[in-house]
Write a protein that binds this ligand. Structure first.
Ligand code: ATP
Length: 347
């Protein structure tokens, strides 16, 4: 499926100001139908504004929104095949779970049989049948979140917008709901667009991620593409941990404070930065053939499945999966292999 069919969404040259704040800057995106797409970025980067533009709750200053190939920029929110799940869930406190989910269908005057069938199906899909007669204050955070999802899905929208829907859940429940949400989206095959500032969440659920900063999309791609090949310092540090190493280009590599490093690709600058993730640095008892650095352990942090080692020189951060127990002062060879060094595009 592509952006011309069903829930395929296209944003063209989107711009939005609030007074002097340029909240959305020249954003153009294509989300094929059936994709789980995430807008990821820190607070204030414009992701909620972009989501509200797609929902029809905010008008852009410039730019068009296309859904299934049709221009919906001027269509009111209520006439768009789009539903939103908000951070606050926005459930009606005096209505039962069943009636909360049925609300949209009742206001559109659906017959009772069809309401029973559609609501029943969604409650079952989200494991809420037993709770149909409870009120929201008799539910846990995770259950409320599922009611909000059921209520949005019962309308069978072509696009489901999710505005930080898991931020009120504790870490363990959030991890569980993320997996459920991903499975649900795959089962339904609908387009989901999620807004989050949580990079782990973005990686777990998404087919593709757009990283935003200051109103603009600065990189987009699959989670693997964005994690493995960040183009800027910001993306490298925002998605996971990264060691950033600056240097000057010399013949065949980079002269850095850590010494000479061979690179696989030639940088587009003469002076700049390369990145390497902590888990990509290999540890050796004897010097590796290339890009070896003698490191001394400064601090060891136990993380359950592995250790984080803060090393000198650097401070370089290294993730160790070995069961060898390092302690401060231990010396070891570090290999920063050329194919693990990512050349950042900015100088
Ligand atoms: P958060 O994760 O904190 O919700 P966000 O990335 O979703 O942040 P937006 O809510 O889209 O960011 O806000 C982008 C910028 O626009 C911010 O500087 C914000 O203060 C500003 N802004 C958003 N809505 C309005 C508004 N209605 N009036 C004035 N400024 C606004």
């Amino acid at each position: 499926m592509d952006s011309e069919s069903g829930g395929g969404l296209v944003l063209q040259g989107m711009n939005k100001h609030f007074g002097r704040v340029h909240a959305v800057r020249d954003v153009s995106l294509e989300v094929p139908a059936g994709e789980f797409f995430t807008l990821l970025g820190p607070s204030g980067c414009g992701k909620t504004t972009l989501l509200r533009i797609i929902a029809g709750l905010e008008m852009p200053d410039e730019g068009r929104v296309l859904l299934g190939g049709k221009d919906i920029t001027d269509l009111p929110a209520t006439r768009r095949q789009v539903n939103t799940v908000f951070q606050s869930y926005a459930l009606f406190p005096h209505l039962t779970v069943f009636e909360n989910v049925a609300f949209g269908l009742r206001s559109r005057k659906f017959p009772q049989d069809e309401i029973n069938e559609r609501v029943g199906k969604r409650l079952e899909m989200l494991g809420l049948e037993e709770m149909a007669q409870r009120r929201p204050d008799q539910l846990s955070g995770g259950q409320k979140q599922r009611v909000a999802l059921a209520r949005a899905l019962v309308n069978e929208p072509e696009v489901l917008l999710l505005d930080e829907p898991m931020s009120a859940l504790d870490a363990k429940l959030r991890a569980q709901v993320q997996v459920e949400l991903r499975r649900l989206q795959q089962k339904l095959g609908r387009t989901f667009i999620l807004v989050t500032h949580d990079q782990d969440e973005a990686m777990v659920v998404s087919d593709r991620i757009a990283v935003m900063r200051d109103g603009a999309v600065i990189q987009s791609g699959t989670p693997e593409e964005v994690y493995d090949a960040p183009r800027t310092r910001f993306v490298a540090e925002f998605l996971g941990a990264a060691n950033l190493i600056s240097g000057k280009v010399v013949d065949g590599g980079l002269q850095t404070e850590l010494g000479f490093l061979h690179l696989e690709e030639t940088p587009p600058w003469s002076q700049g930065t390369v990145a390497i993730r902590p888990e990509w640095i290999r540890l050796h008892e004897s010097p590796p053939a290339q890009n070896g650095i003698r490191g001394r352990v400064r601090e060891v942090i136990f993380r359950g499945t592995d250790y984080d080692l803060w090393m000198e020189p650097g401070p370089l951060r290294v993730r160790s999966h070995t069961y060898k127990h390092f302690k401060p002062g231990d010396e070891i060879w570090l290999e920063l292999a050329p194919d693990e060094l990512v050349v950042l595009h900015e100088a």
